[in-house]
Design a protein around this ligand. Structure first.
Ligand SMILES: [Zn+2]
Length: 485
């Protein structure tokens, strides 16, 4: 009982001394509304008499904290009486409002003055200095700013900055000081363990921007857009959504777009190979399936054999040109889908062509070409992929003249996870008697290989505006298609 009275007395004393205003029965600050981030902490401290407003109606949350004010607040936390007294500092006379707190805190080795014998009570405090004072006041341990800031972060009292620092040189604002004090005094205010942003990660959204949302889902509004390479701090996941801190904001991003290692920025998605010499261009040929995975089957044929056969023939066309071609497999083996994508990237591929045959109970036929149009993951080369798909489909039609099933969007691993323009060609249906009339012959497959070769030239010529591919058409007696993309 006695203790409560004492505390009240000092709350009165403080408010009168600092602001010259009499305290009201229930304090409400017009600048601390219910949505203010530090609302609960500020009123908690006001109720406890640790701090007050700058007037009866204003708290001034963004005002910086002086060393004198900090000493007074910390002194009240420690239950010191704050009675004015003479100090050893030339600039803090006994009449100074905070002289008692300042001298008592100096005696307790929580705060110190300057070598010139001054205390500089009106000097504003940095976040680092505050961390040190709080650590000493609450005896958290740590006598350097770096240890003190880490301790506050570990305890869920303070958040670090996304650049890995604590922002220790920045000035501390009254609202933040209140938050740190309240969290130090009462663990209920601390940041829950799983909301502490402790894991450093990077945004990897290719050349696109990543929506940073207020909640874990696309229905929540975007609060910012993050670019590839942005450093974020990760706290926890909710389903596919990661709760992160980016800059000073906290919110959610889809976790597919975060990596632990610094991403390499992809080349411009508009024209990846434009600046390269012809001989530096690399076309990745990906014969579908292989080894233990035969793919589809029909009319005595296996998809894996047809795709490899066409792939090898396509490869031979490039061998007569300066353009390099690399095959994800050259025999009856099965590289995983992930390995095919990795192979393409490691071989610095510029475009990726995956060859497949279709099947549908013998009841469908025709040709189609897929590209990835971005619904969930990484390949940013949408326009280039679509253009390549258009030229591939066109040349496939020209070669075999089967039913035109068109250019389609497909969420397929080798397209989606790729880092270059990528298409997947379904050259025909292996279980269609009609399609197999051409697909089942060497001459037919030779035509398809040549078609795929010409399609890549068309892409380079029209989409990347490369004149230097023109002579390459001569190697097969061909010429560019019409512009189609
Ligand atoms: Zn297939």
């Amino acid at each position: 009982m006695r203790k409560v009275l004492v505390a009240l007395c000092f709350a009165l004393l403080f408010t009168m001394t600092v602001t010259g205003q009499a305290p009201q029965a229930k304090t409400t600050f017009s600048d601390i509304g219910s949505s203010h981030r530090a609302q609960a902490e500020i009123y908690y401290l006001v109720e406890k008499g640790i701090t007050g407003g700058v007037s009866s109606t204003q708290f001034a949350p963004d005002r910086e904290v002086t060393r004198g004010e900090a000493a007074a607040m910390l002194g009240r936390v420690l239950g010191l009486d704050g009675r004015k007294k003479s100090t050893k500092f030339s600039d803090v006379p006994a009449t100074h409002g905070f002289s008692g707190y300042i001298q008592d805190l100096v005696d307790r080795k929580i705060i110190s003055g300057y070598d010139d014998g001054t205390f500089k009570p009106n000097r504003t405090l940095t976040r680092g200095e505050m961390a040190l004072l709080i650590n000493r006041t609450f005896e958290f341990g740590g006598n350097s700013i770096s240890v003190a800031t880490k301790t506050l972060m570990d305890k869920g009292i303070a958040l670090g900055m996304t650049d890995g620092t604590f922002g220790e040189k920045n000035k501390i604002k009254r609202a933040d000081f209140a938050v740190f004090l309240a969290r130090s005094m009462n663990a209920d205010f601390r940041i829950p363990e799983n909301e502490r942003f402790t894991v450093k990660m990077y945004v990897d959204a290719g050349s696109d921007t990543l929506n940073f949302r207020s909640g874990p889902g696309t229905s929540y509004p975007s609060i910012d857009k993050l670019t590839t390479g942005t450093v974020v701090l990760y706290a926890h996941s909710e389903g596919d959504w990661a709760y992160i801190q980016a800059g000073t904001k906290t919110g959610y991003v889809h976790k597919n777009y975060l990596t632990k290692t610094k991403p390499v920025l992809p080349p411009s998605p508009s024209a990846p190979g434009t600046n390269k010499k012809l001989s530096d261009l690399v076309v990745i040929i990906d014969p579908g399936h292989g080894g233990s995975d035969p793919g589809s089957a029909g009319h005595g044929f296996l998809e894996k054999n047809i795709t490899l056969n066409i792939g090898l023939k396509m490869n031979a066309y490039f061998a007569k040109t300066p353009i390099q071609s690399k095959m994800t497999r050259t025999g009856d083996t099965y590289p995983s889908l992930g390995q095919r994508v990795t192979f393409a990237r490691q071989n610095k591929g510029d475009i990726f062509v995956s060859i497949h045959t279709n099947a549908f109970n013998g009841s469908a036929n025709g040709q189609e070409t897929f590209y990835y149009a971005r619904t969930a993951a990484t390949n940013p080369h949408v326009n280039a992929s679509k253009a390549l798909a258009i030229y591939v489909q066109n040349r496939m039609q020209e070669a075999w003249n089967l039913t035109d099933r068109g250019v389609k969007q497909g969420n397929l691993h080798v397209l989606r996870e790729n880092s270059m323009p990528a298409v997947l060609a379904e050259v025909g249906f292996i279980d269609s008697a009609k399609d197999m009339q051409v697909m089942g012959t060497e001459a037919g497959r030779e035509k398809m290989a040549k078609a795929l070769f010409l399609a890549t030239l068309d892409y380079y010529y029209h989409y990347e505006s490369r004149q230097d591919v023109l002579p390459l058409y001569d190697t097969v007696g061909g010429k560019p298609s019409a512009r189609r993309h």
